[in-house]
Design a protein around this ligand. Structure first.
Ligand code: NI
Length: 184
């Protein structure tokens, strides 16, 4: 079932999410299925549970939708339950990002170029995996949602000014999305 995506200004996006209870597999699997449908319906490449109003440490990424640009992502999909960042590179890179919860806004964000993450996959197996390039960026963006942060928080002050009015428009409900969304 497709779920509405919560927009910038919604409280749930600012709460640190709770660890998912791994004993509750059926509920987690059902939520992950709904998140996959929601993400596909919105043509996005990543979604975190708080974006569908569930304050849980679960995220999905799907590189296949950006594989025309990043060919190496043509089979890249991950489900991450309770992900934990265990290493990040000192080297950073900057790239333009967007977010289904912050429609119509794109801004450059600087992030570590490589990370190592420990998480449970969709089969509830514990995995340790390293990511680089665009996969690394997608996963860092989604992990940030689990701590109540949004990519626009990281935008350099001088650029932030340029997006302030657009952010205010979202808060006032003056925004349209191709997917079902809500502000609450
Ligand atoms: Ni996002």
């Amino acid at each position: 079932m497709k779920l509405p995506i919560y927009l910038y200004g919604s409280e749930v996006l600012r709460e640190p999410a709770k660890e998912a209870d791994l004993n509750d597999r059926e509920a987690i699997a059902a939520l992950v299925e709904d998140m996959k449908e929601t993400l596909a319906g919105a043509d996005g490449c990543g979604l975190a549970a708080p974006q569908v109003g569930r304050s849980l440490r679960i995220l999905i990424v799907d590189g296949t939708v950006v594989s025309d640009v990043y060919g190496y992502l043509k089979d890249f999909r991950r489900v991450m339950i309770n992900p934990v960042l265990i290493e990040e590179s000192e080297e950073t890179s900057e790239y333009s990002e967007g977010c289904l919860s912050v429609p119509g806004i794109y801004a450059d964000v600087r992030r570590p170029s490589r990370i190592k993450v420990e998480y449970y996959n969709g089969n509830f197996e514990k995995v340790t995996e390293e990511f680089d390039k665009f996969a690394c960026r997608m996963i860092q963006h989604e992990m940030e949602h689990l701590d109540g942060h949004l990519f626009v928080d990281k935008v350099a002050p001088i650029r932030r000014k340029m997006i302030t009015r657009k952010l205010q428009n979202i808060l006032k409900g003056r925004v349209s999305t191709r997917y079902r969304s809500k502000l609450e």
